[in-house]
Design a protein around this ligand. Structure first.
Ligand SMILES: *[C@@H]1O[C@H](CO)[C@@H](O)[C@H](O)[C@H]1NC(C)=O
Ligand SMILES: *[C@@H]1O[C@H](CO)[C@@H](O)[C@H](O)[C@H]1NC(C)=O
Ligand SMILES: *[C@@H]1O[C@H](CO)[C@@H](O)[C@H](O)[C@H]1NC(C)=O
Ligand SMILES: *[C@@H]1O[C@H](CO)[C@@H](O)[C@H](O)[C@H]1NC(C)=O
Ligand SMILES: *[C@@H]1O[C@H](CO)[C@@H](O)[C@H](O)[C@H]1NC(C)=O
Ligand SMILES: *[C@@H]1O[C@H](CO)[C@@H](O)[C@H](O)[C@H]1NC(C)=O
Ligand SMILES: *[C@@H]1O[C@H](CO)[C@@H](O)[C@H](O)[C@H]1NC(C)=O
Ligand SMILES: [Zn+2]
Length: 432
């Protein structure tokens, strides 16, 4: 009987072990073509040794927290509910900064499970290093290990970048973590401050490329080459903000009497904005804006195009405004702080971002056609052997990236595995 137990239980346990580990690295605001005008030997080498997508399309809204959360949940923004970088309450008028939201579960935990939690519930060990949403609890569950970016965290210290890689490599090699997400705040920061078409942006891309070289070395050094898959991606692109005299900038107070008509707004935050009209003033707000400026599009919540996958969420305010590429949604003043910005329509090439992948389960020298970032989720699940939660992605866009020998048999869900194990034990006890 002991013999039967061991024989039946072994293949069940070892089924899990055939899946390799996964690291997802996100470089915030890495536009799809940033590697084309800067010297990037390591990224170029990776294209030979792994997978490169021509570009990927972030969800609409092309903003950091909403887009990162779509990647880690595989859900459209209207489903996962993280509709902005700022946490806000249109009734109390309270607002919290992007960094302040990071450990506020009530902003992130809206009934949709990010992959960390789903994977943990199926027996995997997961961690988040500064990745948006990693610091929150989901239905009371925390990510096994989560580091949240401090308010004073430097965005571009290359030494610190390398230290973070060393820490993550230690998590994989010494503590047997299965899935880690690692986030860097560049090149977004430089793209905003200096603009995407500057020497400073090319400089930070070179720094990112060095760091990717360091990552590849670190993987070898920790003997993870044959058991760690890596995805390098980002959340949105970046475009140069258009200014006078080249264009007439959009300042909404030129068309809209804020104090009379507007109760609350999320403007002055790139190309996308939301307005909460005062009671009964919705039509007045809409009419004031609908023909105000040729490069401004205004939507009533009920008329937001279905393709945005936005309107369903209660956090979306009654009026949504989107600028043409490079036209920021300014309210009463124009703050000339950002030379570059995002938030614009995800169909614009400047909003597209990167996808690279390498490791034992990925083909080499494989150029993938463009796809939506919502499809990264089922790929991650497949790589980890995790049964996905309900999601809006499809494996059909990415499965061609995997080596032909990859896991031909469908994954046995963890619950089924536990059931087989328990059933076997019960059967053995019965025999005894
Ligand atoms: C928003 O603020 C209002 C007024 O203070 C409060 O009643 C409501 O519960 C808040 N909503 C959320 C989701 O916290
Ligand atoms: C998550 O839950 C733990 C345990 O209940 C709690 O100590 C912690 O403060 C919570 N964190 C957040 C960000 O809500
Ligand atoms: C979030 O972090 C801030 C400071 O970093 C801290 O004051 C606050 O208590 C934390 N909140 C939660 C829910 O952990
Ligand atoms: C960069 O990070 C390293 C390691 O964390 C630290 O020793 C160094 O002081 C930092 N440099 C700057 C300029 O902040
Ligand atoms: C590296 O990993 C491989 C496969 O897991 C193993 O066979 C080998 O012994 C390891 N080498 C070292 C130096 O740890
Ligand atoms: C701004 O609007 C004008 C007039 O419709 C149009 O010709 C121009 O292409 C628009 N600019 C952008 C960046 O879409
Ligand atoms: C996204 O997925 C969820 C969960 O399966 C589903 O309820 C929702 O209808 C999907 N959204 C779209 C636009 O298909
Ligand atoms: Zn971002």
């Amino acid at each position: 009987c002991v013999c039967v137990c061991v024989c039946v239980a072994l293949p069940v346990r070892s089924g899990r072990k055939t899946f390799n580990k996964l690291l997802v690295v996100s470089f915030d605001g890495f536009r799809w073509d940033y590697d084309q005008d800067a010297d990037t030997p390591n990224l170029d080498k990776l294209a030979q040794e792994g997978v490169k997508a021509k570009y990927i399309t972030p969800p609409m809204i092309t903003m950091t927290s909403p887009s990162h959360f779509t990647t880690i949940t595989g859900r459209w923004i209207e489903d996962h509910g993280v509709v902005h970088n700022l946490m806000f309450n249109a009734t109390s008028k309270q607002m919290f900064s992007h960094k302040a939201t990071q450990n506020r579960s009530e902003w992130w935990d809206n009934g949709v499970m990010p992959l960390w939690i789903t994977a943990q519930n199926q027996g995997l060990k997961t961690a988040s290093f500064h990745y948006p949403g990693g610091g929150a609890n989901y239905s009371g569950q925390a990510v096994n290990r989560a580091l949240v970016e401090s308010y004073t965290h430097p965005d571009s210290n290359e030494t610190e970048w390398r230290e973070n890689i060393d820490i993550v490599m230690g998590w994989f090699s010494q503590e047997d973590f299965d899935f880690v997400t690692l986030y860097y705040g560049e090149p977004d920061n430089v793209g905003h401050r200096k603009g995407p078409e500057t020497v400073e942006r090319k400089e930070i891309i070179r720094q990112i490329d060095h760091t990717i070289g360091y990552l590849i070395e670190a993987i070898h050094k920790h003997n993870l080459t044959h058991r760690l898959n890596v995805i390098i991606t980002s959340d949105h692109g970046m475009t140069t903000i258009k200014k006078i005299p080249e264009v007439q900038e959009i300042k909404l107070s030129n068309y809209l009497a804020f104090s009379k008509l507007v109760d609350f707004h999320l403007l002055d935050y790139g190309g996308f904005g939301m307005i909460t009209p005062k009671q009964g003033k919705e039509e007045e707000v809409y009419n004031a804006l609908v023909n105000a400026h040729p490069n401004l599009t205004v939507y009533r919540k009920g008329e937001i195009p279905e393709s945005f996958h936005l309107a369903k969420n209660s956090r979306i305010q009654p009026i949504v405004v989107v600028g043409d590429l490079g036209f920021n949604m300014n309210s009463r003043f124009i703050f000339y702080v950002n030379k570059g910005d995002h938030g614009f329509h995800n169909g614009e090439m400047d909003m597209k971002t990167i996808f690279r992948a390498f490791g034992p389960d990925f083909k080499k020298n494989y150029l993938a056609e463009p796809f939506d970032s919502v499809n990264i989720y089922p790929l991650m699940c497949r790589l980890l052997g995790v049964t996905p939660a309900p999601n809006n992605g499809s494996l059909s866009f990415t499965e061609g990236m995997l080596v032909d020998s990859f896991d031909p048999a469908p994954t046995t869900p963890a619950i089924l595995m536990s059931f087989i194990l328990v059933a076997t034990m019960v059967f053995c006890i019965f025999l005894m």
